[in-house]
Write a protein that binds this ligand. Structure first.
Ligand SMILES: [Zn+2]
Ligand SMILES: [Zn+2]
Length: 433
């Protein structure tokens, strides 16, 4: 493997408390030096003048649809969307077909990720067989095969007793539980957040209480079991308050938020008149919840930004609102949205943004990444906070285009992505033929 120098940029690495002009020397997939001025004969050079050099961004929550739904996304197309969006690592939720509930599926995902040779692809194992919420999955065997967390994401684990046992296993295998919180009894079929807009549109509503109840339940179970619980896609003011309090009590509870939940509200469903690209789980919430999300990002209650990248085919999203599947793609819009909405509006500093996208995700799933130090894996995200981009879904690397942000003009973008010492984005010119 060759030698790469990223020079003249501002290195921001919260894990080391470093924020300074530095050059970065990368050799054989590892960081070889971080100094004020580096020269190396014959090295490939990336000029990062005016740009920020950060530890590679890690997305704790994506849905690549392989195996089973390759027409929506494969591990390769998903990994390509990841690096195009500035992510060097992604954690794949297990709701494929078959579900990732045993080591043969885990092995398959690991191998496909490796073969793609783009982002690092980490599998998340199911909590229960088929994510049906009944019997625990083969957690130990999946851990040995490489899972980094367990989750039945897409569904909630309804039975508190099963969740308690899952947390005991997770604790013993040193895995976090990534928790999709949606109380089953309060969510029998819904289209959007329950409120004035669901009433206006005549759509079935989901109360924020469905999330709040399970967040409260699982914080209690985290206390009982000593497990690490990571609340996925937190979206309500009350849930955030519960997490804030859990942290104050010293519990091992963390949470992530999606870019759409810090950008859009349920008013968007109304404004766009049943556009299914505003349909996701959890649903877009009212302004008061969005404000609580912003406050949680500001005060540190929210640990991470994760996309919940959920590709669906255009034909599926073209169905009526109540029949269309939940979810939007997110990998290629997350960084522009985060820079535009959070950094440029003064909600968080660039340094805090790097914590949300790299330092904390690495810590939460215990990935050996998220730091720029000599000897560390050379995963680097270079961002251009000042570049204005217009989102063009037709140019996405993802196989799917289901986004509510098409056409949006945003300030800030990923400029380059280095994975394992290799500049994987932008692609070398020869790939364009
Ligand atoms: Zn979910
Ligand atoms: Zn999800």
């Amino acid at each position: 493997m060759g030698t790469l120098i990223i020079r003249h940029g501002t290195v921001i690495d919260p894990a080391r408390g470093l924020e300074a002009h530095r050059d970065l020397l990368i050799k054989d997939g590892r960081i070889a030096a971080i100094e004020e001025k580096i020269e190396a004969e014959g090295a490939e050079v990336f000029d990062a003048s005016g740009l920020v050099i950060a530890p590679g961004f890690i997305d704790l929550h994506v849905h690549f649809r392989e195996p089973g739904f390759e027409y929506k996304e494969t591990i390769e197309t998903g990994a390509r969307a990841a690096v195009a969006g500035g992510f060097t690592s992604v954690c794949c939720m297990p709701n494929t077909q078959p579900v990732n509930d045993n080591s043969s599926v885990t092995n398959f995902i690991v191998e496909r990720g490796r073969a793609a040779g783009l982002a690092n692809v980490y599998p998340v194992g199911a909590i229960t067989h088929g994510s049906k919420g009944e019997q625990l999955a083969e957690i130990g065997e999946m851990k040995a095969a490489g899972i980094v967390a367990i989750s039945d994401d897409g569904r909630a684990v309804c039975d508190a007793g099963i969740m308690r046992r899952a947390m005991e296993y997770a604790r013993d295998f040193d895995l976090p539980v990534a928790d999709h919180c949606e109380d089953c009894c309060l969510s029998p079929g819904w289209d959007m957040h329950e409120g004035e807009y669901s009433a206006l549109l005549g759509l079935k509503g989901l109360s924020g209480a469905a999330e709040d109840l399970q967040v409260a339940r699982d914080i209690q179970l985290a206390e009982v079991t000593g497990a690490r619980v990571h609340i996925a896609h937190i979206s309500t003011a009350r849930s955030i308050a519960f997490v804030r309090e859990a942290k104050r009590r010293g519990l091992a509870v963390t949470c992530e938020v999606t870019p759409h939940h810090f950008t859009l509200t349920d008013a968007e469903v109304y404004r766009r008149g049943y556009d299914t690209n505003t349909k996701m789980a959890p649903p877009l919430r009212p302004q008061s919840d969005l404000e609580a999300v912003i406050e949680g990002l500001r005060d540190g209650t929210i640990d991470a930004i994760a996309t919940d990248h959920a590709p669906h085919h255009a034909n599926e999203k073209m169905l009526e609102f109540d029949r269309a599947p939940n979810g939007i793609v997110g990998l290629e819009t997350a960084i522009p949205l985060a820079l535009d909405r959070l950094v440029h509006r003064g909600v968080v500093t660039l340094r805090r943004l790097v914590e949300l996208l790299a330092t904390n995700p690495a810590r939460i799933f215990k990935l050996d990444r998220g730091i720029l130090e000599v000897g560390a894996a050379a995963d680097v995200t270079v961002i251009d906070p000042g570049r204005v981009v217009k989102v063009d879904a037709s140019q996405f690397q993802s196989r799917s285009r289901n986004t509510p942000f098409d056409g949006w003009e945003l300030k800030g973008a990923a400029a380059a992505t280095v994975v394992g010492g290799r500049l994987v984005w932008p692609p070398p010119l020869k790939e364009h033929g």
